[in-house]
Design a protein around this ligand. Structure first.
Ligand code: ATP
Ligand code: MG
Length: 414
């Protein structure tokens, strides 16, 4: 039997788990202030929820999905991302009929069969948001402001928020032709994948991570020069609002996200200090996706997702809110052990983190254990203490010691 975890997965322990929880709880607080509600969707979906929305020729669908047949012969896929399942749920439950604007956030594991490396796993966690019902750039601006506020609250610095517009189904084909023409003479220098992309979707070349392809696209025509009037107005309005909201951004016309469903606004937050996998969050508009799922024709929407592992690695060094036990009860006799068990039960019942020993170790080794647990106080109970009804309570920071009545312990800590 193989007793090791699956390649590309991680086990996460305390104290790192606390950093995860800090990120998750901060995100839900910030999102809820912007009117986003939590949504929980399944980890498994019918495979075509992803193939049809993300696009047949994308990396995710071509190479990265965990797809299997269940016992009923259905093709099932472990979700590689959160947007398609949320849109599926939104349409299936006609949520558009309940309110004109619907805003959701979610958190959970995603699965992609990628080459594992720093910042890239096969099971990874995303926190994402999706907003439905308006194509007004205020919604885009608000979402970027929300992301900025969250990143600030998490204590992140040196971030670059890159924005772009990739136009709509009306103006994008024109740009696609220009891109194809640009890469025509460079074809031989493209990576083998981009040579294939050249035929089916040359825009993908703009998203390739191979250093040579990055280099080749430096002089490529900018998508922003090929937007139609409406898309252009939308993008200009967005950047104007970002300035008014004091959300710092840079325009990156090469930011063509590798999923089929994006329209108009795309964005990515890049962190220095993450190496090659440097995007902590990414998203954009997908004005046509709801209709593709059979929802109302005009339901514009947008969203983003944050990569939690990358976020954790950015903030774990500076994270300072570690929880510690309030009290360790050292017991030096059988009767004292019983008293420690009873007192710890009462304290825990009142919400006080209390620790006891589970073997009859010496005082010295119990004190060592209290130290290791970083307990704030230690109460030391022996035969003598039980007889007189009070015991020494030691403050582990100051080493000060006071005597505490045993029947007042719970009161003292609550
Ligand atoms: P990348 O360019 O790093 O491959 P992506 O464009 O595939 O990212 P998205 O699908 O936009 O990523 O997902 C949003 C975020 O999720 C990314 O910015 C990143 O932080 C995180 N992410 C994506 N794939 C992985 C992975 N395999 N392991 C860990 N985090 C990931
Ligand atoms: Mg990827």
């Amino acid at each position: 039997m193989n007793h090791r975890g699956v390649k590309g997965t991680q086990d996460i322990f305390t104290p790192e788990v606390e950093v995860w929880r800090f990120i998750e709880s901060t995100a839900s607080r910030v999102f809820e202030n912007f009117g986003f509600q939590e949504i929980r969707v399944p980890i498994i979906e019918h495979t075509d929820v992803f193939t049809r929305s993300i696009g047949e020729t994308t990396d995710i669908v071509e190479k990265e999905m965990y797809t299997f047949q269940d016992k009923g012969g259905r093709s099932i896929t472990l979700r590689p991302e959160g947007t398609a399942p949320v849109v599926r749920a939104f349409v299936q439950h006609s949520l558009y009929a309940k309110r004109p604007i619907n805003k959701f956030y979610y958190t959970g594991p995603m699965f992609r069969y990628e080459r594992p490396q720093a910042g890239r796993y096969r099971q990874f966690q995303q926190i994402g948001v999706e907003a439905f019902g308006s194509d007004d750039p205020r919604l885009d601006a608000e979402m970027l402001l929300m992301l900025k506020l969250l990143l600030e609250k998490l204590g992140l610095k040196d971030l670059d928020c890159q924005v772009n517009s990739i136009g709509c189904p009306e103006c994008r084909p024109g740009y696609m032709d220009v891109v194809r023409a640009y890469f025509h003479d460079l074809y031989g220098e493209l990576c083998s994948e981009c040579q294939r992309r050249f035929e089916i979707n040359p825009l993908r070349i703009m998203d390739c991570k191979a250093p040579k392809c990055r280099e080749l696209r430096v002089g490529a025509p900018s998508v922003l020069d090929y937007l139609d009037n409406d898309c252009s107005r939308h993008f200009n309005a967005l950047t104007g609002m970002l300035q008014a909201l004091e959300v710092p951004y840079t325009v990156n016309p090469n930011l063509i996200r590798g999923l089929d469903y994006y329209t108009r606004t795309t964005f990515e937050v890049i962190a220095s200090g993450l190496g090659a996998q440097n995007a902590v969050a990414a998203g954009g508009r997908y004005d046509g996706l709801v209709a593709e799922f059979g929802g109302p024709e005009k339901t514009p929407a947008l969203g983003f997702a944050i990569g939690v592992e990358r976020m954790v690695s950015l903030i774990k060094e500076t994270y300072k809110h570690r929880r510690r036990p309030a009290l360790f009860i050292a017991a030096l006799s059988k009767e004292a052990e019983k008293m420690a068990l009873i007192l710890s039960g009462r304290l825990r019942g009142k919400g006080v983190w209390t620790e006891i020993s589970y073997d009859s170790a010496s005082l010295k080794s119990q004190m060592r254990r209290a130290d290791k647990l970083n307990a704030e106080y230690v109460l030391i109970i022996g035969e003598e203490e039980l007889k007189r009804g009070s015991a020494p309570l030691r403050n582990m920071n100051t080493k000060e010691q006071v005597d505490l009545w045993l029947d007042k312990v719970v009161e003292q800590f609550t």
